[in-house]
Design a protein around this ligand. Structure first.
Ligand code: AMP
Length: 279
């Protein structure tokens, strides 16, 4: 695997792939890789000849300095995981390279960034949209892969790519979970042993709501209540449990196939998110 450090190196590398007739997939990450990320590399290989992973802990998307400082860094083991999954290129710029001292641009996707994670984390999605726009414009991949785990992030990037006429196919990869259903996340390592056990209630609640939906229940108040009851028996502080339209992210009162249950909780001081698309 070759490591690229500047946007120029990234552009030239992708151009060289194109000259050789190879298609390119990009998988943006913040490192601290786990099986959720590696599933994205494998899916990327199904869609393109060459995979470029990116690792960049983006200061713009942390509205809380402590969260940024605590973000786990494990570059050496990340490289091993990338190599095990046959990733051809890693783009890993530093903050100075990504945002020079004169950096003045922000990409703001209106509307869908004001709700859910956006209302709890002001500025978060402008940070995400700005960095992803930079990665996609320097890399110009054919395909970019993002996880369903961050459903709102996917919706924001999809809107941005459409609005800015970026000729890039976006793929949403399914959420990879721990043995007990907890969505894999780099933040899970910060949970105490007891909090880690309690965290399984989030996906259990989502599963219970899906079961209810399958029996014909469409009233979102009732479905939300089911999720909240599962989580409420633990020490978890619920930020929100909502059922939204998958594109507008607006709350709905009657669920349909494809509606999304979105959850954010704070457990042991760690913010965890999860979601489920009703089928
Ligand atoms: P992050 O490094 O947390 O910014 O995540 C990088 C990418 O991996 C994003 O597209 C995430 O949605 C995706 N991702 C993170 N956790 C998971 C997971 N458990 N399953 C699937 N994708 C994930």
């Amino acid at each position: 695997m070759r490591i690229l450090r500047t946007p120029q190196e990234l552009s030239q590398t992708v151009d060289a792939c194109r000259v050789h007739g190879q298609s390119v997939a990009m998988v943006p990450t913040m490192g601290a890789l786990h099986q959720g990320h590696t599933s994205l590399f494998d899916i990327a290989h199904e869609h393109a000849d060459v995979v470029v992973a990116t690792i960049f802990v983006n200061p713009l998307q942390f509205n809380n300095a402590t969260d940024f400082d605590k973000y786990p860094l494990q570059f050496d083991s990340d490289i091993q995981m990338l190599e095990q999954h046959n990733v051809e290129f890693l783009y890993a710029p530093n903050v100075e390279t990504m945002y020079g001292s004169q950096f003045s641009t922000s990409v703001h996707v209106a509307g869908i960034t004001d709700v859910l994670e956006g209302s709890s984390r002001p500025g978060h999605f402008s940070g995400v949209a700005t960095v992803v726009a930079k990665l996609l414009s320097a890399g110009r991949p054919d395909v970019a892969i993002f996880g369903q785990k961050d459903f709102q992030q996917f919706a924001v990037i999809k809107r941005m790519v459409a609005d800015l006429d970026m000729p890039i196919e976006l793929i949403m990869a399914p959420t990879v979970r721990e043995f007990d259903g907890l969505a894999m996340s780099s933040r899970n390592v910060r949970l105490s042993e007891s909090a880690r056990t309690e965290a399984a209630a989030i996906s259990q609640g989502l599963d219970a709501a899906q079961e209810q939906f399958a029996t014909g229940i469409r009233d979102t108040t009732q479905l939300i209540q089911t999720v909240e009851t599962a989580i409420g028996s633990t020490d978890t502080e619920i930020d929100y449990v909502k059922i939204v339209d998958s594109v507008s992210l607006k709350e709905i009162s009657v669920a349909i196939h494809g509606s999304v249950i979105v959850v954010a909780v704070i457990l042991d001081g760690v913010r965890l998110i999860d979601n489920h698309i009703l089928v």
